[in-house]
Design a protein around this ligand. Structure first.
Ligand SMILES: [Fe+2]
Ligand SMILES: [Fe+2]
Length: 323
């Protein structure tokens, strides 16, 4: 039997290896990281990636909600969409600003990256277009975002980031509450607004459930959990969202592709990802099976507002139309 010798580490590599192990032990013991000097290169990379995705998601709210801002049915509604967008831009500002502490240039990140390089998700790449869809987005989508940012605030091992999310979460709670209040209102207002609420939920529910990413069983890299950048896995976060959003929808009377499973004692989705998007009919097709490769390709293409919305931000071509 031949023995394969492990190549000896150079003094430099050995030093890095020891730092890496000691960081992981400290994190497991519940220590917070407070500055860049305490990080290993791998930790830093995972943290920055997480913060950049979060920043990009906040920024995408502007083009996504823009249509609803323009077409809001009253000044009150317009002001509420405008203030939500302002909150989201404040969240983006907090996150891009924090990335600057690590030597990244926020102006460059926002204005000079190609739209396809932004790390947003399908849900927030939609043009919500009107106020009814906007409040459904807040009830389902902001709740998905809020589920993620609550986990980061409670569990993120990078102290400055966790603390910065306190204000973010405070405001997200308002977005969700605002969304739920007006979803209920429109559901009961008229058959037409009820139909529109249901149509928006049919569109956005699977996208919101997919916000949390692929099932845990498929995930190869779990560095975010190893480094306690996040506390909960994709499936745990998704379950938390389902636990909150499904009883709300049921209490209103909205139909959702989820139900309470008495055997498992929890709410479950009634479909299994990956599901197909029927671009022609603009609806989910639960009957045509697709592969994860096809799903990834669909996500990579980006939703309808990603390219035009980011181009608009980068050219600052909002002007008079904004109000
Ligand atoms: Fe936000
Ligand atoms: Fe929000």
């Amino acid at each position: 039997m031949t023995q394969v010798a492990t190549p000896a580490l150079s003094p430099n590599e050995a030093h890095e290896d020891a730092r890496e192990q000691s960081l992981q032990i400290r994190l497991r013991a519940g220590h917070q990281v407070e500055s860049e000097e305490d990080m290993t290169p791998r930790y830093r990379e995972v943290l920055l990636q997480t913060m950049l995705i979060a920043a990009d998601l906040e920024l995408m709210t502007l083009p996504s909600y823009y249509g609803a801002l323009c077409t809001a049915p009253s000044l009150d509604h317009k002001i509420s969409v405008a203030s939500s967008i302002q909150d989201e831009m404040g969240h983006a500002q907090v996150m891009y600003r924090m990335l600057e502490d690590f030597g990244l240039d926020a102006q460059e990140l926002i204005h000079q990256r190609k739209p396809e390089e932004f790390k947003s998700f399908e849900l927030i790449e939609q043009d919500v277009g009107d106020y009814v869809t906007c409040v459904v987005m807040m009830a389902l989508g902001d709740r998905a975002g809020y589920t993620t940012t609550r986990d980061l605030e409670a569990n993120c091992s990078f102290g400055p980031y966790a603390r910065s999310l306190r204000k973010v979460n405070y405001e997200e709670r308002f977005h969700v509450a605002h969304g739920e209040r007006w979803v209920r209102h429109f559901w009961n207002l008229s058959p037409e607004t009820r139909r529109r609420v249901q149509a928006a939920v049919d569109l956005l529910f699977p996208m919101s459930a997919a916000w949390f990413g692929t099932p845990d069983g498929m995930k190869k890299r779990t560095d975010q959990l190893l480094y306690r950048i996040r506390g909960l896995s994709n499936d745990e976060l998704r379950q938390q969202w389902i636990n909150e959003v499904v009883p709300f929808c049921e209490s209103v009377g909205i139909r959702v592709p989820a139900r309470f499973d008495t055997d498992q004692g929890r709410y479950v989705l009634t479909y299994q990802e990956p599901i197909a998007w029927d671009a022609e009919r603009r609806q989910w097709d639960y009957d045509t099976p697709i592969t994860w490769q096809q799903k990834f390709a669909h996500w990579k293409k980006g939703g309808p507002i990603k390219q035009p919305g980011l181009t608009r931000i980068q050219n600052e071509s909002w002007g008079d139309e904004l109000w």
